[in-house]
Every structure is written in C-alpha cells, then in structure tokens.
Design a protein around this ligand. Structure first.
Ligand code: CA
Length: 461
C-alpha cells in the first residue's frame, strides 16, 4: 500500500513537470522494441528494470521504447494485446478472467512508463485501431445478422460501441481491410473517431509519447493521420507490412507525410543478404530506392532487423545491424536480439572483441553521427558497400557480404591526411580487428571489411 502511495506521488510529480524528449541524455537516435511474442506474464516489471541500462549504452541513450498494446484483450491475461476488448482497461478491471493484462496491472504499467520517462526516454504505445475482440453477440437490424459487436458492458464504461461502430454499418460497408474474424471498426462513424481520440489523449496524459499503428492495411490512411493530429501530433510509426516500396510511399503521401513507416522492403533486402550465406545476394539493395524506403525517405523510415512477428534472420545478423545503426533513418533494435541472442556485445566469431556488437554501433551513431547521421555513398558493388557520415564528427562504413574473402576498396573520404582506426567491426568468418589506414591528401585510402561483416573507421581521437 505504501509503495503504491509513493508511486502515486511520483506519478503526480511527473505529470506536473512532464518530461519530453531527451533532456539530459546523449541521444543515439534509436528506438528499442520492448517485447517479443509471448513474453512471460508480468512483463512490465522486466521492462521497468531495463530502463536505466537502455539510457546508458556506452554513454548514449535510446530515444524511444516501444511498449506492447496495453488494453485488455478478449483473451485476458494470455493476450498479447492485439485483440482489444476494453480500450481503457489497462489492468485495473476484473474482466475477461483477470484484473491484470498479460503484462501486469495498471500500476505496473504506470511504473514502467515512469521508469523510461524519468530517464528521458519516450514511450511508444502500440495502438490497434482496426478491430476489437470479445464483444457480446447481438442482432444487427440493418444486416439481419448476429455478430459479436456489443461492447456496451465493458467495465470501464468507455467506448461502449455496438453494431453501427463496425462494418458493415450505416456509415459505410467496408474499408481497406479486415483482420481474422475480428469485428472491423468503422472509423467513418464520428463517435468512433471521437472516442478513439479521447482514448489517445488519455494515454498521452499518463505518459505515452508516441504511437505505433498496428496493421494500417486494415483502415484508411486518414484514420492514422487524424488520430495523430488529435493527440498532440507525437512521433508515430505505422506497420504497413509489405515489400512493395510504391505501396508504402503512396501510404506516406496519403497519410500526410508526417507518419513514419517501418522499412519492410529494407528488412526483406537485409534478410536476403544475411540468409544467402554464399554471398550471391546483392548488397546494393540496401541503398536502392526500389528495395528500401530509407534510401528515398530517410526522415520517415524506421529501419529494423527483426520484430515480434519476424524473427527470421538466423545468420550474420550483425551485418544488418551494422547497416541500420550507421545509416540514415531511425533504427529500431529488437529486445531478443539485444537481451537474449547476445548481440549487445556479440554476433561475431569468437573470441568477441571490444569493437563488436550493437552497443558499439550505438556509440558510433551517438558519438560520431550525432544520433542523426547524414550519409554519402562512396562505393557499391554486389558484395561491397561503402559510405561515410558527412554532417557530424563522422565515420566510414564498409559492409561485405562475400562468403569467405576480405574485401577492400579505394575510396576518397572527407578526412584528408588522417590516421583512421577501425572503431567497430564484426564477422562470423574472421573477427580479427581490421587494420587502421592513413588517408592521402584527397582523403583516399583502401578500406577493408571482413567476410560476412562490416568495419567502421573514424579518425584517431
Ligand atoms: Ca478495417
């Protein structure tokens, strides 16, 4: 009881002086996905415990952590949150078999949000706007059919919708997509959008700092745009799960060019390069505007290597992290890669060295790239990609997907007559530290990367 009271006081104080952005922290310019599919029950406690570690990765902090959808789902404490029943039940009402959600109680959630906010880290809420689950069966006089669309008895007493809030309704018959057999929310019903905006503002008031829109294929782009605009216009990122660059860029345009998208085309390009271990995939795909969003719209691209749905890259995953953490866009690090698969400090061939792992790349991005690197491509062929950071202290990256050979290339960098050292590298074939180089008066040098790996060079400090 005392703990709860102290927590309430802390939360009250945090609302009086809301923390926004990254005051006091050295930003690395990265997002971190704070969960995976089927996390253990009580996950908010695990999340809270990780906050201080993630605020100091070699002196640099993540900018945002992405939380799972917080609302009580139709399957109660076993739900991962993607089947929202009562939007306002974040673990404080006894319904669907439990008070707590899979992740914990309402107080556990507030404590976890506070753990990040108090470390200057924003919390992104995963919002599921396409569908609801777990309503009672009711008769729809307009269609003459029975559907599970009656949500009038939710314990919170909020968003008490029934059949006309779902497709087909008197407002419209359908939208751009449905999900499984879940009742498909009709956003053309103005009560629905007003209710969702009210819910979003309530979430923002309790400390959430941004949105991750689940399954935007299921509704029109204006829905996400309006939700964002009516909740203070925070950072937002949409899940448009498709490899088609044209489709995603059209969605960016249709949603007002203010909502970021996960870079699924780049994800698939990287999956190919990592998975085809004989090196025959073409690494130029990473920077080709027909096979990645980040090469064309870096300001709206959230790049990622894995997420709760796509844990598919088994080999040479650090090749992909070596790219996203040093390139443009906003990279998103996945929980399991960092905490369970050992990529925080590893992912290379043993023995691991100080220059290996995600931690070192986060330092590169923060310390040498200002958390917002601007990149110029210097060289590319089917095996080799080289680029430099041009707007901050700077670095040069060489990526090599050849199956067994070190590869080098003469490139002219922005650093003339300089001693370069390798500050980060990784290889599952030969993890020796790449040698330092001295550039000529034109900034030129032969820079090498190990097979199935990368090397990051910077002037000797
Ligand atoms: Ca829909």
């Amino acid at each position: 009881m005392m703990v709860a009271r102290i927590l309430a006081i802390i939360l009250f104080l945090s609302m009086v002086a809301p923390l926004s952005g990254l005051e006091g922290n050295n930003s690395a310019g990265v997002i971190f996905q704070g969960f995976y599919w089927d996390v253990p029950e009580g996950w908010y406690g695990v999340l809270a415990d990780a906050a201080s570690d993630l605020s100091d990765i070699e002196g640099y902090s993540i900018d945002y952590i992405w939380f799972p959808p917080p609302s009580k789902g139709m399957s109660g404490s076993s739900s991962m949150g993607y089947d929202p029943y009562d939007y306002y039940d974040l673990g404080q009402y006894d319904q669907k078999g439990s008070v707590e959600t899979r992740f914990g109680s309402f107080d556990d959630l507030k404590g976890a949000v506070y753990a990040y906010n108090s470390n200057g880290i924003g919390v992104i809420c995963d919002v599921v706007l396409n569908h609801r689950g777990g309503g009672e069966l009711e008769y729809n006089p307009d269609t003459g059919k029975y559907n599970y669309t009656d949500f009038r008895d939710v314990a919170s007493g909020e968003c008490t919708w029934s059949y006309d809030a779902f497709h087909p309704s008197s407002y419209d018959g359908y939208d751009s997509g449905t999900f499984g057999g879940f009742p498909d929310v009709c956003h053309a019903n103005t009560t629905v959008m007003d209710d969702l905006a009210g819910w979003g503002n309530w979430l923002a008031d309790m400390g959430f700092d941004g949105w991750r829109f689940d399954y935007v294929k299921g509704y029109y782009p204006w829905v996400a745009e309006e939700f964002k605009n009516s909740t203070g216009d925070p950072f937002s990122v949409a899940e448009l799960w498709d490899r088609d660059v044209g489709l995603i860029e059209q969605w960016i345009y249709d949603s007002g060019e203010g909502i970021s998208v996960f870079d699924f085309p780049l994800y698939y390009s990287m999956r190919d390069v990592c998975t085809i271990t004989d090196g025959s995939a073409d690494i130029r795909a990473f920077v080709n505007p027909y096979s990645s969003i980040v090469s064309n719209r870096p300001e709206l691209s959230v790049t990622f290597v894995a997420n709760h749905d796509t844990d598919e890259i088994v080999y040479d995953k650090m090749l992909a992290y070596g790219f996203i953490l040093t390139y443009e866009g906003t990279p998103c690090i996945w929980w399991k890669d960092y905490f369970d698969y050992g990529l925080d400090t590893g992912g290379a061939k043993e023995p691991l060295q100080d220059g290996n792992g995600i931690d070192r790349l986060v330092w590169v991005r923060g310390a040498l790239g200002g958390g917002a690197p601007e990149i110029e491509v210097l060289y590319k062929d089917g095996d080799l990609l080289a680029y430099q950071e041009v707007a901050h202290e700077g670095y040069i990256v060489v990526l090599n997907d050849n199956s067994k050979n070190w590869k080098g290339q003469y490139v002219e960098t922005r650093f003339a007559d300089s001693d370069l050292e390798c500050v980060a590298w990784s290889s599952t074939v030969d993890n020796s530290k790449p040698m330092g180089k001295t550039t000529n008066s034109r900034g030129g040098a032969d820079l090498w990367a190990p097979p199935r790996g990368y090397a990051v060079y910077a002037p000797v400090q």
